[in-house]
Write a protein that binds this ligand. Structure first.
Ligand SMILES: Nc1ncnc2c1ncn2[C@@H]1O[C@H](COP(=O)(O)OP(=O)(O)O)[C@@H](O)[C@H]1O
Ligand SMILES: [Mg+2]
Length: 688
């Protein structure tokens, strides 16, 4: 529940609306309760032989008679008391005196009550005389007219309340979604595996909805419904608080029951929401890899898998439905039982003309049948808000489960912190990367790895004790078998990960101390995954350089050998990628990505097997583009192609996370057996 309460924080800025909505709820509840009180006057009027005024007069006369009678008795008591006062004081007379005083006080308070009742009845009489027609039928018309007006007013208030609450919830969710997205973007890149993103998607959608429903119920129902119940209870108490109390014994029982049900509900909802994540994951996998699924004709298997996941979800959802629909009836049965109890007692009082039931005193005068009926209506009216409240509890618990899942993500702190105050990297006029000088180091290498170790899982090192230096303008080719740690090595440079031991230095600064945005701003990454956004080709090329002119974009595309095929498209640079994504070949898409990197003009370029998916023709073009582009930059490129090595000034050979050799091609061919094996015909560098 803690997280659910935290989620309410997002409604806090809109508390003004909430307060108005509560006022509306109070008004609606009061009018709602009042509507039920028309039973008593209606019944009275239907039975009235003369007019309402005459009825009230009869009542007043009755009360006046009672007062006279009691006052007469009172006088007798007072005389008796005075006589007792005069008697000689002994134990017996003391006792008598005490009894007499008690009787006196009792009778006095009775007179007091009767006088008050008389006063109220006189007020009613005045009201009836001044405002109501004499004829009972006309009076009934007025009463029912009041009811109608009250209902219309109540509905207006209810509408306002619903509207206000709805707006607060949606505004709150609006803020929460944006906050959530902001936090998600801050997370480490590692957090977004395939599984992670499907899971996040479901948290964004289904969980948010469940939370919204929970808060809506809280602000809507939890405020309005108890108020309605309270209005009825107050009115019922005015008729007979003792009978009402008898009815209210169900409250603690219902509370206990709801508490139990709520806890079960929370667990059930949590499990259900997890199953939604599963469904999203399968959808993402299958829809993303639809071609593989079709090519391998694994549709039946995927159908089975999806069916399993949806069946699992169905089972969980049905459990939630079961719990949810059990609550209403359970509470209703309890309520009716309590009403029956109160009514039994009440009807005993009415039928036997008694004032006490099973030794309990209930009222001064025997209860009227009309009053009992009115009481019954009011108590029955409580059942409605209470039944609605019962589902409230489960919905809030469901919202709580969703809030837990949402805040679990919101609270996840990224390991890689932005360092916004750290020293910044900048470009000099001639395009060189510069950083604030470090004392004691005159000409630091551009990049230096100092004894860097890294592992994803403890005990399974991926990079071990790597130390090397790279100077400005060098082009470093990284070669090595699959899984030797090449991509991992590159991912340390933009700080997608930090080393476990040792440090990566740039111009003498530890990467971890540098302002992260300025670091990433000066890095260009072209990987083998082609990422195009739902935008035009122009927009995709200008993705990392907003505000680039059409000319600059075209220039970059020309350098990436993409200009020709782009202009051949019907809409040229304004072709939406979404529409032509299927028509572009892998190599063409790759060249668009390359143009994006070229336009960004990074000082350090990271290329990860960027030609592995392209056809021979595109590859030649991309090579020509690259050879031109790496000039004047510092480049790290992971490659499987022998002829790419021609661009490299030095080659690093990796084997199981160790640098086995680092030098020029001739040197390596001479001294490095691993490299010799890789570059043999049929070796890795040729196989591709
Ligand atoms: N996110 C990850 N979590 C755990 N292990 C990983 C992850 N990424 C890669 N690995 C493991 O690290 C090793 C090196 O991976 P990688 O650097 O991608 O190799 P290369 O690019 O040289 O083929 C592999 O054994 C791989 O299984
Ligand atoms: Mg790799």
């Amino acid at each position: 529940m803690k997280n659910f309460l935290r989620s309410l924080r997002f409604a806090w800025p809109y508390r003004g609306r909430l307060i108005v909505s509560v006022i509306c709820a109070v008004m609606a509840a009061a009018l709602w309760g009042l509507n039920f009180t028309c039973i008593y006057p209606t019944l009275k009027l239907l039975h009235a032989e003369t007019s309402l005024l005459a009825e009230v007069d009869v009542l007043i006369a009755g009360i006046q008679r009672d007062i006279d009678k009691v006052e007469l008795g009172l006088e007798g008591l007072q005389t008796k008391a005075r006589e007792l006062d005069r008697m000689v004081s002994n134990r017996y007379s003391e006792q008598m005196r005490r009894d007499a005083t008690r009787d006196l006080v009792k009778q006095e308070s009775r007179v007091e009550n009767l006088r008050r009742s008389l006063y109220h009845h006189r007020l009613v009489r005045k009201f009836v005389q001044d405002w109501l027609p004499l004829d009972p039928f006309h009076t009934l018309g007025v009463v029912l007219g009041f009811v109608l007006v009250a209902v219309v007013l109540k509905c207006c208030f209810e509408f306002c309340q619903d509207w206000l609450v709805g707006s607060v919830i949606n505004l709150g969710l609006f803020d929460l979604r944006n906050e959530f997205f902001r936090k998600v973007l801050r997370q480490d890149a590692d957090q977004f595996g395939d599984r992670g993103s499907a899971d996040l998607m479901s948290r964004f959608t289904t969980d948010m909805e469940a939370l919204g429903l929970g808060t809506k119920t809280l602000f809507g129902r939890v405020v309005a419904e108890p108020l309605k119940a309270v209005a009825c209870v107050v009115l019922a108490c005015m008729i007979s608080w003792q009978l009402t109390l008898l009815f209210l014994i169900m409250v603690p029982i219902a509370g206990y029951l709801l508490g139990r049900i709520g806890r079960t509900m929370k667990q059930a909802t949590r499990k259900m929401l997890e199953r939604v994540s599963n469904i999203y994951r399968i959808l993402q996998e299958v829809l993303g890899g639809i071609k593989v699924v079709k090519a391998y004709t694994t549709e039946p298997r995927e159908r089975m898998r999806f069916r399993e996941a949806t069946r699992d979800y169905y089972n969980r959802a049905m459990r939630v439905v079961k719990i949810d629909s059990l609550t209403g009836p359970a509470i209703e049965i309890l309520g009716v039982a309590a009403i029956v109890l109160a009514l039994m007692a009440g009807s005993y009082l009415v039928l036997r003309k008694q004032t006490s039931f099973m030794g309990l005193k209930f009222s001064e005068q025997p209860l009227e049948a009309e009053a009992l009926l009115q009481l019954y209506v009011l108590l029955a009216a409580i059942a409605d808000p209470v039944r609605k409240l019962s589902s409230v509890f489960t919905k809030i618990q469901a919202g709580g489960a969703a809030a837990d899942r949402i805040f679990e993500c919101l609270d996840r702190e990224p390991r890689i912190i932005g360092n916004s105050d750290g020293p910044r990297l900048a470009r000099s006029e001639d395009g060189q990367l510069e950083a604030p000088p470090v004392r004691g180091i005159l000409h630091p290498p551009l990049i230096e790895f100092r004894d860097v170790c890294f592992s994803y899982d403890p005990g399974r090192p991926i990079l071990s004790h790597m130390s090397f230096k790279v100077h400005r303008g060098e082009t470093i080719a990284i070669v090595g078998g699959n899984g030797s740690g090449k991509s991992t090595l590159l991912s340390l440079l933009p700080r997608f990960r930090d080393p476990d031991h040792g440090s990566v230095m740039i111009l003498g600064h530890d990467l971890r101390s540098i302002n992260l945005r300025s670091l990433r701003h000066n890095l260009g990454l072209v990987s083998q995954d082609i990422v195009l956004f739902d935008d035009t080709i122009h927009g995709n090329i200008a993705y990392g350089a907003r505000g680039a002119t059409r000319e600059q974009v075209e220039q970059a595309a020309t350098r990436a050998f993409a200009h020709d095929f782009i202009t051949r498209l019907a809409q040229g640079y304004d072709t939406p990628v979404g529409e032509c994504g299927g028509k572009l070949s892998g190599g063409q898409k790759q060249r668009i990505c390359l143009a994006r990197a070229i336009l960004r003009d990074p000082a350090i370029l990271l290329l990860d097997e960027f030609t592995s998916q392209t056809d021979a023709e595109s590859e030649t073009l991309i090579h020509r583009a690259m050879a031109d582009f790496v000039r004047g930059r510092t480049t790290f490129m992971i490659t499987h192609r022998m002829h790419t090595l021609e661009m490299a000034s030095r080659i690093m050979v990796l084997d199981h996370g160790h640098i086995v050799a680092f030098g020029t091609e001739e040197e390596l061919l001479r001294v490095c057996p691993v490299f010799q094996r890789l570059s043999e015909p049929g070796g890795e560098l040729h196989a591709a």
